[in-house]
Design a protein around this ligand. Sequence first.
Ligand SMILES: Cc1cc2nc3c(=O)[nH]c(=O)nc-3n(C[C@H](O)[C@H](O)[C@H](O)COP(=O)(O)O)c2cc1C
Length: 247
Amino acid sequence: MSSYKRGIAYQYVKETKYDRESIFDRGDFGQIPRPPVYKTYPDNARIPLPRPDFEETDSLWGILNQRRSKRRYSADPISTTTLATVLWAAQGITLPARDYQFRTAPSAGALYPVETYLSIHRVSDLKHGIYHFNVRDFVLEEITQGNFSNHMSRAALGQAMVGRAAVLFIWTAMVLRSMWKYRNRCIRYIYMDAGHIAQNLQLAATALGLGCCTIGAFYDQEINAMLEIDGEEETAVYLAAVGNVYV
Ligand SMILES: Cc1cc2nc3c(=O)[nH]c(=O)nc-3n(C[C@H](O)[C@H](O)[C@H](O)COP(=O)(O)O)c2cc1C
């Protein structure tokens, strides 16, 4: 056994392991409020998204083979149809259910704790700004106007690709949506959910010939502040830059 100091990473995994003795132990959580399945901004400006364009692409096998993280983007804007198409691919609704709707990406317990925000830098017919993706109504809800490309890049540890991206995807976790059912184990599932969504985005971007790179390195609270979220019950978990490939 090595002698390095074990930190909270091991502690978290240890304390959230299922075992036969404790699996039905619900822990001392009190009453966890169950948040709504959908987050919406009813008072904010809404921008309807065009229908996704399911153009013919390479086969799934070819797309899997080509997928690569691409970090160099051209100055050309992407169209709103392209944006709508990759948004749908990442997390779009595919099958109505009861109080929720199934999506393109799987989610533990169909609880869908991951929300999507966009920092729009170069998308035709869309003003610069930070928007929330209302997945139920397939519209964008405006959070703040202005070009945040430099702020986002700085918040992503100065990674230049963020500033050059046509759009930055920001995924947040609505922690209580999952904690309500899974207690402390929820954090594992939230990050798995985000990974599925991100892979969908990467594959869709590849299919459309776009560049995409997912990003785990960012100053959490700087991103949270720009989204105007509390960083606790809702907090940023993952980012992805998308743009036309620089050739
Ligand atoms: C969870 C996660 C976080 C990542 N964070 C970054 C990042 O902050 N910056 C970056 O340039 N690439 C990031 N990447 C991309 C990886 O560097 C990339 O996936 C890896 O080098 C393998 O290359 P490929 O995606 O082209 O197969 C991240 C990938 C994952 C899955």
